[in-house]
Design a protein around this ligand. Structure first.
Ligand SMILES: NC(=O)c1ccc[n+]([C@@H]2O[C@H](COP(=O)([O-])OP(=O)(O)OC[C@H]3O[C@@H](n4cnc5c(N)ncnc54)[C@H](OP(=O)(O)O)[C@@H]3O)[C@@H](O)[C@H]2O)c1
Length: 255
């Protein structure tokens, strides 16, 4: 039977950085397919509001604030999720930061450390928290958000290195944990219209120049990433692990 390929009924999902943007679109889609969803970001009000939106649409969601650079917050996020829903089946490490644009030779050490802590170390910390119970159940899914930045030279050295590390992290976590039926994959979005990427799309001329090299000739919307997340989280993705999926309108193929 294939009609339940994308069904997530009974599953519990945490999505970091999900009060808006790509994280919210993925959380919404996971909830629409039956998952109980935990919305998380630094701001409690924003989490509560986003969770309410999902509940108002007939889904099940709660908000738990968490700044991914704080280990105590990450511990609290997983513990409160278990208190509310009993387990974590799906972990989506979506929150990421990029607070420095400029030449690699001008990258301050503290910015490098902060970016690696948020975009890499926090994901490892969360994986440590959820994998033991996933192993016991012999079932679990981890999705980490990477970026097309890993394929191009650019002016975000620390960010790009951190996302390349994400791609390697999913391979390592997959090798280590897939024997226990824990699937670990990355999604690498192209340019998506969100607050995070505003500087790359608000100038129409610069945007059009960039889009002229993107085969699908349009900027992505957060919803464009949601379908892949549902696929990877569900039975549809049952034999997929250790991969990075470029969801970018063709941005990373040469034209
Ligand atoms: N947009 C793109 O073009 C693009 C392309 C490739 C990859 N990505 C990746 O996609 C992911 C999501 O980005 P987005 O474009 O959806 O951004 P966004 O719309 O700005 O949303 C970012 C989300 O993360 C939260 N957040 C920010 N800093 C956080 C922190 N330290 N701890 C916890 N939550 C935090 C924000 O809420 P609060 O402010 O309340 O914390 C918000 O919910 C990131 O990993 C980014 O690298 C984006």
């Amino acid at each position: 039977m294939t009609s339940d390929l994308f069904d997530l009924t009974g599953k519990v999902a945490i999505v970091t950085g999900s009060s808006r943007g790509i994280g919210f679109a993925m959380a919404q889609a996971l909830a629409e397919h039956g998952a109980k969803v935990v919305i998380s970001s630094r701001k409690e009000d924003a989490c509560t509001e986003a969770a309410k939106q999902i509940c108002d649409a007939g889904g099940e969601a709660i908000g738990i604030p968490c700044n991914i650079v704080e280990n105590d917050d990450l511990d609290n996020l997983v513990q409160k999720t278990k208190d509310a829903f009993g387990k974590v089946d799906i972990l989506v490490c979506n929150a990421g930061i990029s607070p420095f644009f400029g030449p690699a030779t001008e990258l301050p050490d503290d910015k490098f450390d902060l970016i690696m802590r948020a975009n890499v170390r926090a994901n490892i910390h969360l994986a440590k928290l959820v994998i033991p119970e996933m192993k016991e159940r012999k079932d679990g899914v981890i999705i980490i958000i990477s970026s097309v930045a890993v394929k191009k030279g650019n002016n975000t050295t620390a960010y790009s290195i951190s996302k390349a590390a994400v791609d390697q992290l999913v391979r390592n976590l997959a090798v280590e944990n897939s024997p226990d039926n824990i699937r670990v994959n990355a999604i690498a979005p192209g340019l998506i219209k969100t607050h995070f990427s505003r500087v790359l799309w608000e100038n129409e001329e610069a945007l059009n120049k960039r889009l002229s090299k993107v085969p699908m000739r349009r900027i992505g919307e957060p919803e464009d990433i949601a379908g892949v997340a549902v696929m990877l989280a569900s039975k549809a993705g049952n034999w997929i692990t250790g991969q990075t999926f470029f969801v970018d309108g063709g941005d990373t193929i040469d034209i």
